[in-house]
Design a protein around this ligand. Structure first.
Ligand code: 0PR
Length: 361
């Protein structure tokens, strides 16, 4: 087989990106290693410790506990699992805003917890009154999103922490996408800002690592220990990960990307992505589209279904919010030139759509 993967030229919908060249190279070197077996693969195990330490630094947590997961889904499932295992009730529930990622539905299904989905406010952030009204003595976990999938919004994490603490529940922050831009945006989102217990933060999204490299962080070892099972025939005695054999490529590429980019490279990337998002939002507004303001590098705007389809026909990889808005994620591979070319196509298609049908008279 000699086939090339598709290019990122017209990809505006993905939350993954072209890996940094050093991350790509590291991934290739570590393809055959398995951090799931530290006794046999100590080199990649040491790299995972490094990855964890840097993720902790990014997320305001000294001595972090956690591991490099397959992605945000696994990190979210594991966070729900920790909370469920710690809960003293037999009927635990999880309270989360409707903006939370669908991986929590998977977690609830697998783990048998009740999911209480509360509305967001007019700014697409968790409605605190609704969260307060939903927690009770059976609440094991409150979820806050720091960089939501649809609109890139950051929930009021410190306030959610207080609600969780008052309810005797844990707080999980899903920064799977936002984690590598939030250190520069001025938001309050991490362990240093609030009573956060666990966090999802994915190097394979804004972190420019190769897929698969997600991150699960926990405030302390005893939280991760909730997940540990004995591993009698391995050299290591227990395992807290969900999967057994894991990607050493993901771990090595995460370390390579973070070594190279944290913090200056990521700061520069945030600035570029955010400027692109604001530029696109302004251009769309000038054309009279309703635009949802990009507080992080993600733009949503109302365009017609037929224009959306026509853009896809032109090869643009774009996606829609649940309210049917166009959604453009300004990932590291998304350049100003790409966005300008997208707008040219949009203008041409809209002109075509509005040209009056020639009449005979
Ligand atoms: N949490 C948040 C906030 C997310 O946005 C996502 C994924 C997850 C968790 C789950 O992460 P994993 O997919 O790593 O398990 N958000 C995008 C989505 O599901 C991911 C994505 C990636 C979408 C690449 C498209 C794409 O081409 O929509």
């Amino acid at each position: 087989m000699q086939r090339e993967p598709q290019s990122f030229d017209r990809v505006l919908s993905s939350m993954c990106s072209e890996p940094h060249p050093l991350a790509r190279e590291a991934a290739e070197r570590f393809l055959a290693t398995n951090p799931g077996d530290p006794g046999t693969y100590p080199t990649v195990t040491a790299l995972e410790e490094e990855a964890l330490a840097t993720l902790g630094e990014i997320a305001g947590l000294e001595n972090p506990s956690g591991y490099i997961a397959s992605g945000g889904t696994e990190a979210n499932v594991q966070a729900v699992r920790i909370a469920r295992n710690r809960a003293e009730t037999r009927t635990p529930n999880v309270v989360m805003p409707e903006s939370a990622h669908f991986s929590f539905q998977k977690a609830a299904g697998v783990l048998g917890v009740d999911l209480r989905i509360v509305p967001t406010d007019e700014r697409f952030r968790a409605d605190l009154e609704a969260v307060r009204a939903s927690v009770d003595a059976d609440t094991a976990l409150v979820v806050g999103v720091a960089g939501s999938t649809e609109y890139g919004r950051v929930d009021p994490i410190p306030a959610l922490g207080e609600i969780a603490r008052d309810a005797g529940a844990m707080l999980h922050v899903d920064a799977a996408w936002g984690g590598f831009v939030l250190p520069f945006s001025g938001d309050e989102w991490h362990f240093g800002h609030a009573a956060v217990d666990t966090m999802a933060i994915d190097p394979h999204k804004m972190g420019q690592a190769a897929v698969p490299a997600g991150g699960l962080l926990a405030r302390s070892d005893d939280l991760l220990d909730e997940l540990a099972v004995d591993t009698p025939y391995l050299e290591s005695t227990s395992q807290a990960t969900l999967t057994g054999t894991r990607s050493g490529a993901g771990v090595a590429s995460a370390v390579a990307a973070m070594d190279e980019l944290w913090p200056d490279g990521y700061r520069e990337q945030y600035r570029r992505s955010q400027e692109n998002a604001e530029w696109l939002a302004a251009e769309l507004e000038q054309r009279d589209y309703d635009v949802v303001e990009p507080t992080l590098p993600l733009v949503a705007a109302e365009i017609s279904g037929s224009t959306f389809e026509a853009l896809r026909e032109e090869g643009w990889r774009i996606s829609r919010t649940a309210r049917d808005e166009l959604r453009v994620v300004c990932m590291p591979h998304v350049t100003r030139e790409m966005l300008a070319s997208f707008l040219e196509d949009l203008d041409r298609l809209e002109r075509g759509a509005s040209v009056p049908v020639a009449s005979d008279g």
